[in-house]
Design a binder for this molecule. Structure first.
Ligand SMILES: NC(=O)c1ccc[n+]([C@@H]2O[C@H](COP(=O)([O-])OP(=O)(O)OC[C@H]3O[C@@H](n4cnc5c(N)ncnc54)[C@H](O)[C@@H]3O)[C@@H](O)[C@H]2O)c1
Length: 596
């Protein structure tokens, strides 16, 4: 029969500890909550009170239940208060020597049968366990931040953890309403091993002024549907904690350079910029511990101000191409009130694109998103042509032809001859250097990338790519156009993958490598990212949707341009592509979709 946990101890009431106390107390379990000093204890108590008050205010917790919850928590300074608990979870800062000292002390204080658990994110549970005389009763119980909200718990067993202890802890997780994945002791377990390389990379982009903090975060939220951008997430995790996790993962996880903390992180930690908990990290918060971001000197000006920054007036837009992206982009511009000239390579293609745009607009009418009059007006704004000469008087051209550099360069050379001066020339390329296309013209200052996401009418994000020759006016124009389309334009440099793909695909590739190493299953890895990090899809679900061939091609580009050894495509991904398992489109990828 599973062990009954009626009283648990929590050591350290910081970002994680306070949340873990709440999880237990909410589920009717008595908690002894321990800190190192009276002031720290007070902070922990205040964090718990703040969180439960917010839950009451949001109607997620009855006031009476809140009071009962608080009655279950007994606060104390020092580990001696833990003499009769059934389980202890340690959540002190991420330092091995500190954790080892605490475990040695817990071993002395607690009853012999008490299970000792660590909430470490990256340290070796095994190394922590050997500080006690009961390593078989030591286990990792890794909660996610914020602990009361995130459903996932990673249960980490070492080679000596007893199977009964694992089973008891799994049963406890179920009682707490959590979903657990049980895994072996490896740096970063599942979720952090996949998350922290990405977070560090995002900090590197910010440090290199590749894009602003707002743009990096907006890109990942709007481009991938993530609940938070990476820099906002670093602030939530705490930069000191994140630094220690990266540092440990670097040392334990095979010295992968991608885990070597970006120098800026160390500087921020030293300067006391720890994120939300200190009131300032990548963003500035109302006060310490507050989730409310307030403007600071780095907050960008409102869009109108940016428009005053030299953005040119755009009324007529040319769209070149006849594929999925061109079709979507024509629709987006026409719906937003622009006059659109569509240019394809023949009237037959034009007729097809016209049909596709009509079908899509009609769907909008059926779904009640568009009136018939709006549909007709949008269609009325589009003219269909098979010759570039009709682009002589447009203000902006968006190119969305095949992803081949020679074709795009030839097209831009023609546009250079045909278009009037001052026109902004945009390419939707997702993988080619924009500067190559720009240099096919005599006006590289007017050339930008406008990287729409598929399906263009739905996806709210556009990456505005500026090359080293792009003028500030052309960038401002592109950004203003995105805003007029009702989309968020994020500005970034001209590097492989821009923001979204550069941050997304290495993470997907790492998930494949994790699967290949048999550390976990595709199901558990997908679970971990969805329930631990709030991702809308797990990496294997997403790879099957995007297409394994497309993913492999993007990953190869990133690897070739950045020469980062950690970006080398996972052999398993290559093999699946070779075998013709490309994802949903071939009914088989990481999963078999033939019956769905
Ligand atoms: N922050 C996250 O998002 C996150 C997520 C999952 C796991 N973790 C892990 O949880 C652990 C705690 O991280 P955190 O972010 O909550 O850190 P934190 O700095 O917010 O809190 C640590 C707390 O431990 C207390 N403490 C220090 N020494 C102590 C001692 N000797 N006895 C009792 N209390 C002591 C400190 O006063 C502080 O309140 C780390 O191992 C971390 O890796 C963190």
């Amino acid at each position: 029969m599973a062990r009954d946990f009626s009283t648990v101890g929590v050591v350290g009431l910081g970002t994680m500890g306070a949340g873990i106390v709440e999880v237990f107390a909410r589920n009717g379990i008595d908690v002894v909550a321990v800190e190192i000093s009276e002031p720290a204890l007070e902070r922990g108590r205040a964090t718990l009170a703040g969180s439960t008050d917010r839950a009451v205010a949001k109607g997620k917790l009855a006031a009476a239940d809140r009071d009962a919850l608080h009655e279950r928590v007994h606060f104390a300074v020092g580990l001696d208060a833990l003499h009769s608990v059934d389980l202890v979870i340690e959540a002190v800062p991420e330092h091995l020597d500190l954790k080892q000292r605490i475990f040695a002390e817990l071993d002395r204080v607690c009853r012999p049968e008490t299970i000792l658990a660590t909430n470490t994110s990256s340290l070796s549970v095994t190394e922590i366990s050997v500080a006690t005389s009961r390593p078989n009763q030591v286990i990792g119980i890794h909660f996610f931040n914020p602990a009361p909200v995130m459903k996932l718990v990673e249960v980490v067993r070492t080679v000596v953890t007893s199977p009964e202890v694992v089973a008891d802890v799994e049963a406890l997780c179920a009682r707490l309403g959590k979903v657990d994945v049980t895994i072996n002791d490896r740096a970063g377990f599942i979720a952090n091993a996949l998350l922290f390389g990405y977070l560090n990379h995002a900090v590197g982009m910010f440090e290199a002024h590749y894009a602003t903090r707002e743009d990096i975060d907006a890109a990942m939220k709007l481009g991938c549907g993530l609940p938070m951008g990476p820099l906002a997430l670093m602030d939530l995790i705490g930069l000191d904690t994140a630094y220690e996790i990266l540092d440990t993962m670097y040392r334990r996880g095979g010295r992968d350079r991608r885990h070597a903390p970006v120098p800026l992180l160390k500087q921020m930690v030293t300067a006391g910029l720890l994120g939300r908990k200190s009131g300032r990290g990548f963003y500035t918060y109302e006060r310490s511990g507050s989730p409310v971001v307030v403007p600071d000197e780095a907050t960008p000006l409102a869009t109108e101000a940016a428009v005053a920054d030299g953005a040119r007036a755009i009324t007529k837009v040319g769209v070149v191409g006849s594929g999925t992206m061109a079709t979507g982009i024509i629709e987006v511009f026409a719906k937003a009130g622009y006059e659109v000239v569509s240019v394809t390579r023949g009237m037959e293609k034009s007729a097809k694109v016209c049909e596709a745009v009509k079908t899509s607009l009609n769907k909008g009418v059926v779904r009640g998103k568009l009136t018939e009059a709006d549909r007709d007006a949008a269609l009325g704004r589009i003219s269909w042509s098979a010759t570039l000469d009709h682009l002589a008087d447009v203000d902006l051209v968006v190119e969305a032809v095949v992803e081949e550099l020679s074709v795009k360069k030839a097209l831009f050379a023609s546009l250079d001859e045909i278009c009037k001066p001052g026109v902004v020339l945009a390419t939707t390329t997702s993988s080619l250097p924009v500067i190559d296309v720009a240099m096919a013209t005599h006006r590289p200052a007017d050339v930008v990338g406008l990287h729409f996401f598929n399906p263009a009418p739905v996806m709210p994000l556009v990456e505005v790519v500026r090359t080293i020759r792009t003028s500030p006016e052309a960038t401002a124009t592109a950004r203003a156009v995105c805003a007029a389309l009702g989309k968020t334009g994020v500005v970034c440099g001209d590097r492989s993958g821009f923001i979204v793909n550069a941050l997304l695909f290495p993470y997907l590739n790492d998930a494949v490598k994790m699967l290949e190493a048999s550390y976990s299953t595709a199901d558990d890895i997908d679970h971990a990212m969805k329930l631990g990090c709030g991702y809308p899809m797990g990496p294997f679900e997403l790879l099957d949707v995007v297409g394994l061939d497309v993913s492999l091609a993007i990953q190869r580009e990133l690897y070739l341009e950045l020469r980062e050894p950690g970006f080398a495509p996972a052999p398993l991904l290559e093999h699946l592509v070779t075998a013709g398992y490309l994802g949903r489109k071939t009914r088989r990828g990481f999963r078999d979709h033939s019956h769905r």
